[in-house]
Design a binder for this molecule. Structure first.
Ligand code: F6R
Length: 253
């Protein structure tokens, strides 16, 4: 049992604050595990990034301790344009490394909004949307948040009704992700699921850890949509849980 420091509600949004990053990650992985256990047929939306690495590591431990069927479809939020699944820095490869392979899951359980095997970006997006529809949407969407408030790669200025599309990354996002690209330029474009797709998820869990996320988290308190801070599109979602460590919560009033 992991105890949170604080728990409160801001409108529809529930907030939980943990002492440490690892406790917040453990709680998040337990939530995903419980959700999959009770909804073995439903589609799960997965995020990538540094924040999620301990979440997947903890999830693997939970699934090893208590094997459950993991037959769900898993939808990635985003992918760098032009990267195929074998590229070491692609999000698809990240998911293979931290989630798919340790859990022995099948390739056809994973759908990314951009997959290099298609002849065009449009075809890849169509495939993603078709799969999403046939899975009846996302049951639980896991999200991280960018320092500039992006979710998926919905950068500041994204429209609230945006759908799956090709986007340019901001310089601040490219800089934040530079450490993952020691030998090459950070890509300039990506394909992301849109804000409206994310909002349609039945449940949303956003995990933010570390001081660098505190400002973006603070913006969620204002309870109003602000296109400069795309994550504010979530504040009126009927089942939105915000999980924070103490550092990410330091600007919460
Ligand atoms: C990744 C994604 C992004 C990240 C965000 C935070 O699939 O959609 O929105 O969640 O950039 O990344 P980290 O965790 O590396 O700070």
């Amino acid at each position: 049992m992991i105890n949170d420091l604080f728990r409160f509600k801001m409108k529809a949004m529930k907030v939980m604050i943990f002492e440490s990053k690892i406790q917040a990650a453990q709680f998040t992985s337990q939530q995903i595990f419980n959700h999959i256990k009770s909804n073995p047929e439903e589609a799960i939306g997965l995020a990538t990034g540094a924040t999620m690495i301990p979440v997947y590591e903890e999830f693997v431990k939970l699934a090893q301790a208590e094997p459950i069927p993991l037959k769900n479809k898993y939808f990635l939020l985003d992918e760098y344009l032009g990267m195929n699944s074998l590229h070491p820095e692609s999000f698809r490869n990240y998911i293979r490394r931290y989630f798919q392979d340790p859990l022995h899951l099948q390739d056809d359980q994973f759908i990314a909004p951009y997959e290099g095997d298609f002849s065009s970006v449009e075809e890849s997006i169509l495939h993603y949307e078709t799969q999403l529809k046939s899975s009846h949407g996302i049951s639980l969407q896991l999200l991280g948040i960018g320092q500039n408030g992006h979710i998926g790669f919905n950068e500041p200025g994204s429209k609230i009704d945006s759908t799956v599309r090709r986007v340019f990354l901001t310089e601040s996002t490219r800089l934040a992700n530079k450490a993952q690209f020691p030998h090459e330029e950070v890509p300039r474009e990506a394909v992301t699921t849109g804000l409206s797709n994310i909002f349609k998820s039945k449940k949303i869990l956003l995990l933010a850890t570390g001081k660098s996320k505190a400002l973006a988290v603070e913006k969620l308190q204002d309870k109003m949509w602000d296109s400069d801070w795309p994550a504010t599109s979530l504040v009126h979602h009927h089942d939105f849980l915000l999980v924070l460590d103490k550092e990410a919560a330091e600007r919460i009033r």
